[in-house]
Ligand binder design. Structure first.
Ligand SMILES: C[S@@+](CC[C@H](N)C(=O)[O-])C[C@H]1O[C@@H](n2cnc3c(N)ncnc32)[C@H](O)[C@@H]1O
Length: 312
């Protein structure tokens, strides 16, 4: 039995189990769930970057919009879930355990490298400006603001932004939310010490434009933090089949596997816009315990931290 036959066999079994999943029958087409690229059968994900539309036609970084209305509508429907303790965003809340310290530690180092200010113990990010792109209900923006950073959260979904505003502590006057796409916000010409976009790029159209626009809003030596999902067989099984259809960690249809981005593709995109990638690290979720852990395995979820080169 060759690889194609094995894949066709699994495909047919899965289709019988989960007929709701749209499985392409073109086993060899690029971007199909069953592409025969050997890379997607590994943890690494495809490195066949040039064949992906994110780096070719649809990915033209010079014009267009990053907004995919269907994707944004998914979050409109879920807007009231943002702060439900056991709701659909439970795993995102818990992800703060990894991403908040990642941002805090990197930005404290940036503060000490670029200024002679002594960090305020209770507000170690005081003096840092952060843009949270695709902030949703403010799950990540809030703790970063509590650490003292001046945080601006933007989101293309008006309902999410409204929830975020209502939830914010009125005493946190260093936190604000704007209903905006990333490309529109870039027109304000405001520059930030850091931009973070967590679990967003896999929902946008034209990820190249998304990265280009984001990179323009970061000061030289500033940081870019991204978390997203790899496009690998492991992520298809873990993040789509298991998380959406078996364990129901997030609603079925939340993710489109074809929009996932392999770490090497993302690294290339970021480097093409004048960044040095400091780390790419896997993140593993244990559903039964609702816990995230750092892992070397970038096969499903991963985080990227990159620093903008000084001469930009
Ligand atoms: C999975 S949620 C992540 C929310 C938040 N970053 C977090 O981790 O808690 C994805 C968010 O991205 C937003 N979004 C999708 N496309 C966008 C775009 N082109 N520009 C700005 N926000 C976008 C959605 O409306 C949604 O709120």
């Amino acid at each position: 039995m060759n690889v194609n036959n094995i894949i066709m066999f699994i495909r047919n079994r899965l289709y019988n189990l989960f007929p709701v999943i749209n499985i392409s029958s073109k086993a060899t087409s690029k971007g199909s769930l069953f592409t025969t690229s050997t890379d997607i059968l590994t943890d690494k994900g495809t490195s066949d970057a040039a064949s992906r539309d994110i780096l070719t036609d649809k990915g033209n970084p010079d014009h267009g919009s990053t907004v995919n209305e269907a994707e944004v509508n998914k979050f409109k429907v879920l807007a009231e879930q943002w702060w439900q303790e056991n709701g659909d965003f439970k795993a995102l809340h818990e992800m703060n355990r990894l991403r908040v310290p990642l941002v805090r530690d990197a930005m404290m180092k940036y503060l000490s490298d670029t200024t002679d200010k002594t960090p305020v113990l209770t507000h170690p990010l005081k003096g840092i400006s952060i843009l949270d792109v695709g902030c949703g209900g403010g799950i990540l923006a809030e703790p970063l603001a509590r650490l003292g950073a001046d945080v601006t959260g933007i989101d293309a979904c008006e309902e999410g932004v409204e929830v975020a505003r209502l939830h914010a502590d009125p005493e946190l006057d260093n936190l604000k939310y704007i209903h905006s796409t990333v490309e529109d916000h870039a027109l304000t010409n405001v520059r930030y010490d850091a931009v973070i976009s967590s679990e967003v790029i896999e929902h946008v159209d034209n990820p190249q434009l998304f990265i280009k626009v984001i990179s323009e809003m970061i000061k030289p030596r500033g940081s870019l933090f991204l978390t997203t999902l790899n496009r690998s067989m492991q992520s298809w099984l873990g993040a789509i089949i298991a998380a959406e259809y078996i364990l129901r960690i997030v609603p079925a249809g939340t993710h489109d596997w074809n929009k996932f981005i392999a770490p090497d593709e993302l690294q290339l995109m970021v480097e093409n816009h004048g960044f040095h990638v400091k780390l790419i690290h896997g993140m593993a979720y244990m559903p039964g315990f609702n816990k995230w852990m750092w892992t070397k395995n970038t096969g499903i979820n991963y985080a990227l931290h990159a620093v903008k080169l000084a001469q930009q």
